[in-house]
Write a protein that binds this ligand. Structure first.
Ligand code: SF4
Length: 282
């Protein structure tokens, strides 16, 4: 069995919710490999910029460090070029819901078969505590010492409206549920997004708040769009409403990447093409 840990020294703060995501992903990948659902060499991880991004350093799986806001297009490109791979993107809330939001919307609209795991700690942790698109109104951080004047976005509502075919929420302090939704998202055929409430203990410690508010969805009809919307709207990332965890929406739909046929060419053919291109320039 492949060892999933690496020699990289972990530099997350003690108590950070990223540890839970790392452990959940490790458990899920182990189950997938042992169950023969996908060989380890067919998994590719993509991360962005932020505390979350280090997760790929701690997993012994093929990975690609992309740049801020660009996890989704890199994951999409890998999937289009090599359709047999399972591509899992990791992004922070600032990364995916701020700079990278338009990519996320179009990936959902296309229903490309990738999984996006969002480490949503609702603060920029790596840059020491600025507000993000999901910080609540009045959030006092390094860039807003008097409190923000903006309401947060509800990313799951946006994903539903954009056409995502799998939408779920997990919490870094509810491990079993987190593992279940991550596995289901990875195995889903089509665009899947899991918004993980990942607590940043250093700059926005929401453990007490979430521990009181979260509950697991039960008897929820995830194939019903209107019911999903109702549950997604129950908590808008700003009010004190209960916070539902689990799968909100799921449906089967044709996937974008299967509409392409990418012609595989050998290295020597590729070199020949480059040579011809260069010769054409002179
Ligand atoms: Fe985790 Fe926050 Fe520390 Fe970053 S700053 S490692 S998100 S606790």
């Amino acid at each position: 069995m492949r060892e999933l840990g690496t020699y990289a020294k972990n530099s997350w703060c003690p108590g950070c919710g990223n540890f839970a995501i790392l452990n959940a992903v490790k458990t899920v990948l182990r189950e997938i490999f042992e169950g023969g659902e996908c060989p380890s060499e067919n998994i590719v991880l993509v991360s962005g910029i932020g505390c979350h991004a280090k997760i790929v350093d701690y997993l012994n799986i093929n990975s690609f460090y992309s740049i801020h806001g660009r996890v989704t297009p890199v994951a999409e490109a890998i999937k289009i070029a090599k359709g047999h791979l399972k591509v899992i993107g990791f992004a922070g809330d600032g990364d995916a819901y701020g700079e990278g939001l338009e990519h996320l919307i179009f990936a959902a609209k296309r229903n490309i078969d990738i999984t996006m795991l969002i480490h949503n700690n609702r603060v920029y942790g790596l840059t020491t505590g600025q507000y993000t698109p999901t910080s609540p109104l009045g959030f006092r951080g390094r860039s807003t010492p008097s409190g923000t004047n903006e309401l947060p976005i509800n990313p799951l509502e946006l994903m539903l409206a954009s056409g995502a075919t799998f939408i779920a929420r997990g919490y870094s302090n509810r491990m079993d549920l987190l593992k279940d939704v991550i596995k289901e998202a990875i195995m889903h055929k089509g665009f899947s997004l899991v918004d993980v409430l990942q607590v940043c203990v250093t700059f926005f410690n929401l453990y007490d708040y979430y521990n009181q508010k979260v509950y697991a969805l039960k008897q929820h009809n995830f194939s019903d769009y209107n019911e999903a919307l109702k549950k997604i709207r129950e908590w808008d990332y700003n009010t004190d409403a209960p916070v539902a965890l689990g799968v909100f929406y799921k449906k089967d739909s044709p996937v974008f990447n299967e509409k392409f046929t990418v012609k595989e060419i050998s290295v020597s053919q590729r070199k020949k093409k480059v040579r011809e291109m260069l010769e054409g320039l002179v």
